[in-house]
Design a protein around this ligand. Structure first.
Ligand code: ZN
Length: 173
């Protein structure tokens, strides 16, 4: 297992639409394992392939909270949104590509997604609560969309400027 380097906003690769995964190969399985490990290590609850510089349509997530519950790592390849609820919910979102910046985002409270698993089978499931928010946030990454794109321009620019400063300081060491 290898921890991947997570790209930080602003980065042109985080603004691109990703290409469909062509097939579930051993290499793809290794990538998914590495992404899960990188996500748990960060720590985070979701990570999309473009965040580690792989411009393909897959993401991983595990929204199980607390030590008492068993982990539920999920790998969603070529996901599609097949249904969203009318009712909305608001969560304070963050992103491993935008560390230490948080903002409230309103999205459909429930979402149904279909995807290919590492078993090469098609799956479909309805997500709610934090799972619904996370799945939609990660799905957005595959279309070059970040949670800050839901904010007004002033808030978005503020966060982007903070991130530019953060990256400059980090580059300086
Ligand atoms: Zn994110």
């Amino acid at each position: 297992m290898t921890l991947k380097h997570i790209l930080l906003h602003p980065d042109p690769r985080l603004k691109k639409v990703c290409a469909p995964v062509e097939g579930v190969t051993p290499d793809l399985g290794k990538l998914a394992e590495d992404m899960l490990q990188t996500m748990y290590d960060a720590p985070g609850i979701g990570l999309a392939a473009p965040q580690v510089g792989v411009m393909q349509r897959l993401f991983v997530m595990d929204c199980v909270k607390g030590q008492d519950e068993a982990a539920k790592p999920m790998v969603l390849i070529n996901p599609e949104v097949t249904w969203t609820s009318e009712d909305r919910s608001t969560y304070e979102e963050g992103c491993l590509s935008i560390p230490e910046q948080f903002a409230e985002v309103t999205r459909p409270a429930r979402v149904r997604m279909a995807w290919t698993g590492l078993d090469n089978q098609r799956h479909e499931e309805e997500f709610d609560g934090l799972w619904a928010t996370c799945a939609q946030h990660e799905f957005d990454h595959l279309n070059g969309k970040l949670f800050i794109d839901y904010l007004g321009p002033i808030k978005r620019q503020l966060i982007t400027r903070r991130m530019e400063k953060f990256k400059r300081e980090r580059a300086r060491g």
